[in-house]
Structures are given as C-alpha cells and as structure tokens.
Ligand binder design. Sequence first.
Ligand SMILES: Cc1cc2nc3c(=O)[nH]c(=O)nc-3n(C[C@H](O)[C@H](O)[C@H](O)COP(=O)(O)OP(=O)(O)OC[C@H]3O[C@@H](n4cnc5c(N)ncnc54)[C@H](O)[C@@H]3O)c2cc1C
Length: 340
Amino acid sequence: MRIEHNASLKPYNTFGLDVTAERLYHLESEMDVVEYLDDPKGFGTHTLLLGGGSNMLLAGNLKGSVARVAWTGRRIVEEGDGYVVVEAAAGENWHEFVQWTVDQGWGGLQNLSLIPGLVGTAPVQNIGAYGVETKDSLHALRWMRWEDGEVEEFSNADCGFSYRESVFKSVLRDQGIILSVQFKLTTRDHALITHYGSVAEELAAAGSEPSLRSIADAVMAIRRSKLPNPAELGNSGSFFKNPAVAAEVAESLAAEHPSLPQYPQANGSVKLAAGWLIEQAGWKGKRVGNAGMHAKQALVLVNYGGATAAELVHVATQVQADVWAKFGVALEMEVNLIGA
Ligand SMILES: Cc1cc2nc3c(=O)[nH]c(=O)nc-3n(C[C@H](O)[C@H](O)[C@H](O)COP(=O)(O)OP(=O)(O)OC[C@H]3O[C@@H](n4cnc5c(N)ncnc54)[C@H](O)[C@@H]3O)c2cc1C
C-alpha cells in the first residue's frame, strides 16, 4: 500500500486548498482497506476518508491518517429483460463511469454527467442534477463497518435516501466505507428526462432528438456554461442546500417577494432556490479577498486563487447571516467542513 508522509492534499480537493495530511494512505484495492484498518498507524489514527475531494472544505492541516479511495473496476452483475445491473468500485471516477454506461446504451445516469467525484461517494449525499438522483437507479451497495471490518450489503431502501441525504451522511456518518455500488439501468424504453433546467432548450438548439447520448451532451454543455471548472477556479459546486420551509412561511415570503422561486414538496414543505436568496442578499459575484460567490451561479463559493480556508468560511458564514437577516431563512451547508 502506498503511504505518503506530510502529503499535500492540494491535488485531492477541488477548492485547491494546500493543506497537508500527516499520513496519506492510497487505498488501491479492497485488500488495502483491510490492511489500513489493521494498521495502528493507519485506521488507528484515522481522521478522514477522502474520495475525489469535491464536496469538502479542508479547514486546516490534518493530524493522523487520511485514507484516499483509489481502487477501480467495473463489471456486469446481471442482464435481464430490458435491464442490466452493473457494479463499479468506489474509486471509479463518476463522470467517466456515467459516460461508459451511456456509450453502452444503458439508461438511468445520463442526466448526472459531469458531476465531479467518485462512484463510492455518489450515494453519500444522493447526488442529483437535472431531475435525476442516484437513488433512482441505485440497486445495492457494499459497505464495510470500520468497527469490525464486516461487509454488509445495502439495498436501495436500506440507504435511507432523500434530497442530498442518506444514512451514510447521517446515522452511519464516519462509521464505515462504501466499497462498491450497483446500478440497475435500462437497456431499452429509457426514461428520457428533459424537462428540468434548460435540457430541452439545449437539445433544440443543437437540433438533437432526446437520446441517452444527446441528453448527456446537453447536460455537459449546460454545466460547462454555468459552473466554474474546479481545475481553473477552485470550488465545490453548490455550497448550500436549497432550504425547505413550511408552506405558511413560503406563502408569507411570496407575498413580500413575488419572484421567489418555490418548489412544493410531497411532504407539504416548500423548497426555495438558495441561489436566488443569495443573489437577492447581494452576494452574486461578490468577493472578499480571494474568496467569493460566483458571478454566474450565486450558490457556488469560489477560491479565486490563494484563498485560505478561513477566508472561504468567512464568506460562507456572511452569506448565511445576510440571507437570514433578509428572509429569515437558514441556509445549511451542503459541503462537508473538515477539521474546523
Ligand atoms: C463543480 C462541481 C459541481 C458539482 N455538482 C453537483 C451536482 O450537480 N449535484 C450534486 O449532488 N453534487 C454536486 N457536486 C458535489 C460533489 O461532486 C458530489 O457531492 C460528489 O459525490 C462528491 O464526491 P467526492 O468523491 O469528491 O467526495 P468527497 O468530497 O471526497 O467526500 C464527501 C464525503 O463523503 C465521504 N466519503 C468519500 N468516499 C466515501 C466512501 N467510499 N464511503 C463512505 N463515505 C465516503 C467523505 O468522507 C466525505 O464526508 C459538485 C461539485 C463540484 C466541484
């Protein structure tokens, strides 16, 4: 197993923060996970499980050991009438895996193109975009409990999925590691979802009929035009969740702010667009030192180059305070704040 000492985590987090790990274990196989667990200097001093580092803000240098998910592999588990079940190792790059499924003609993940991160992390916050979430096609996954090294199989229902949530982010947070994930994908009669965001407009502009490939391409084009590329401008995607409020609260907000976008939920609550709230609070494109909210997408906290974690956290807390002062709505971070 590859172990680095006083390793810079700059290449491994999309904010591009130059923090160090006292020991960085590169887990390149499931056997490495077992070895890491048995190593007193490894799991014995565990501080962080690191996937692609695209959903975390590393607030400082990390003592002890950081385990980086780095093993790959894909296989077909089952082929049936109109479907296929495929399994991918936790360290597979999410976007490359999605493109591979699209190229095979398998439907389900195409709207989730170009989301950074790894396959093993996709279930943690039930990643979603353009009307589709991981939970819509996740079949099962394997999870190892840190406490005793036991591997358990989780069905879709066991994962407790909801908007940007799962048991791995709540009751089982930091309790174990997802080893591999299975997806049940369609081989014909695909559900082609084009009515979210501007997917339909993008298809029309390209003169394309909806298909797995044309939708994936449309989603990529939209994302490239709207979201900063972490390789060029450090960021972690949407920094805050869209807040859900009680229907009465939404009603009184709408009376005062008629253009506030509202999305009624099945449970009676109403989801509000966090980006709109942030923009109205004056933060779209606003910068403090080297950190700020992106000019094209107010929900994205950006490192304009050389920002410290403290500068980023300062902007995030100011945004929360200003949205609260203007609307009385609390914004919850979607991104994991590590080591603060
Ligand atoms: C430009 C950009 C756009 C984005 N767009 C979207 C979007 O449209 N929709 C969306 O939902 N998200 C989006 N994100 C957020 C991010 O891509 C996802 O949350 C992604 O799933 C994070 O994966 P990761 O491997 O980078 O996770 P990391 O940041 O490495 O880890 C996130 C959390 O999961 C834990 N973890 C990592 N691996 C495992 C494992 N194998 N088992 C158990 N726990 C684990 C970590 O300890 C940490 O707590 C975006 C991010 C960026 C930078």
